[in-house]
Design a protein around this ligand. Structure first.
Ligand code: PLP
Length: 397
């Protein structure tokens, strides 16, 4: 239930990568046969990724994953005096990079979401300045799964002549990517969020985008990213992307969506619960039609973020872990202090409710039996923790 943190390799991905660790270990830059075999494998992977993004092969740059793609968009483009627009619900790979640019004379406007978790494109429009150089907005939020209106933001960027980057790390494999339709210049993805290997990713860089390489050295990746290609990783990323495209067409992601909906609906039967990233509040006996009509915010199929009144999310994470269920809490540990999630806080939750929130994110291999088991252990754990909770007893100020 923690697929947004990471996912296991699918067996087909492992099989596709295997030869490139041992027999076909060549350096893709070498001119001998071993090198050429590796080079061809990277070329084939590039063609698959071009299909995945809906772009030209030459617009695909392989890198080490989402953090590098996000950092590259910011450090590779922004210069002193530039203005940058992003949102307050981005991943730290964007937020921390923006903060670093602060000291280098780049001002950033952080757009807050609406209570639903959606960014209003009109807020982006209003934030534009003559010196705005870059807009960066995520496709899907990692905590709530809420899908952002990137096409509309792409239109605003185009009209303003501003470069547009999308962090699509949590959207890739869950919704079809189409960088032409999105109207972006840059788009970052990561293999390990879609059943591929860790430490490898790709970035779409629209032809002619004046971006500097973050890493310099050899002339790899048309001078846009130096360093010997991670051939097994790149092959694994492409295989994962190929399988992801299939899953979007063969009903797999619809099946995951139905599992997520069942999980969410059943948990909402517990009193004092609600979903972050929709307008839905927990009410016993909620019927599915009402549930669907009160749930209009677009989200990826695999994610739900639920608050539980009178609970510390952290305690529930631990209780569920002891039962073999991995979930993430609505808080993150920074330097030893537990801080409530910046995403949930930006959506207007108070600290107590943000801390009382849990993210359930399903693997695409999740089964009915997995959901049955989670639905078996969650109510027990919630009841037990509420019975002993100082929050419930009102003894914690
Ligand atoms: N962007 C988002 C939205 C993410 O969820 C993550 C990972 O959690 C990243 C970027 C970073 O990706 P990576 O783990 O590949 O560095």
């Amino acid at each position: 239930m923690d697929a947004n943190a990471t996912t296991p390799l699918l067996p087909e991905v492992m099989e596709a990568m295997r030869p490139y660790w041992i027999e076909r270990f060549g350096n893709a830059s070498s001119i001998h046969l071993d090198g050429q075999q590796a080079h061809s494998a990277v070329d084939r992977a590039r063609a698959t990724m071009a299909e995945f993004f809906n772009c030209h092969d030459a617009e695909v740059v392989f890198n080490s994953g989402g953090t590098e793609g996000d950092n590259t968009a910011i450090f590779g483009l922004l210069r002193p005096g530039d203005h940058f627009i992003t949102t307050s619900i981005e991943h730290s790979a964007i937020l921390q990079a923006a903060h670093r640019m602060d000291s280098q004379g780049v001002q950033t406007t952080f757009i807050a979401p609406q209570p639903s978790g959606l960014i209003d494109p009109a807020d982006i429009q209003r934030a534009l300045r003559p010196e705005t150089r870059l807009i960066s907005v995520m496709l899907a939020n990692n905590e709530t799964g809420v899908l952002q209106p990137v096409e509309e933001i792409g239109r605003i960027a185009r009209e303003a002549g501003v470069i547009f980057h999308i962090d699509a790390v949590q959207g890739a494999g869950k919704v079809p990517l189409d960088v032409r339709r999105f109207g972006c210049h840059l788009c970052s993805i990561s293999a390990h969020k879609m059943h591929g290997p860790k430490g490898v990713g790709a970035m779409f860089v629209r032809r002619g985008t004046p971006i500097d390489s973050l890493i310099v050295g050899g002339s790899h990746e048309r001078r846009r990213r130096a360093g010997t290609e991670n051939v097994p990783g790149i092959v694994g990323l492409a295989k994962a992307a190929e399988l992801a495209m299939l899953s979007l067409e063969d009903g797999t992601m619809d099946r995951v969506g139905a599992l997520r909906n069942r999980l969410e609906k059943e948990i909402l039967r517990l009193s004092g619960t609600g979903v972050n990233g929709t307008q839905t509040s927990g009410a016993p006996g909620l019927d599915s039609e009402i549930w669907e009509s009160t749930n209009p915010v677009p989200r990826v199929a695999n994610t739900t973020n639920i608050w539980f009144d009178q609970l510390e999310g952290e305690a529930l994470v631990i209780a569920l872990d002891l039962k073999g269920v991995a979930v993430s809490g609505g808080s993150a540990c920074h330097s030893g202090a537990t801080e409530p999630s910046h995403v949930l806080m930006a959506m207007g939750l108070n600290k107590t409710r943000a801390r009382a929130s849990l993210r359930f994110s399903l693997l695409k291999t999740a089964t009915d039996a997995d959901v049955d088991y989670v639905l078996h252990v969650v109510p027990e754990a919630v009841e037990h923790l509420r019975a002993i909770s100082p929050l419930a007893a009102g003894t914690l100020g």
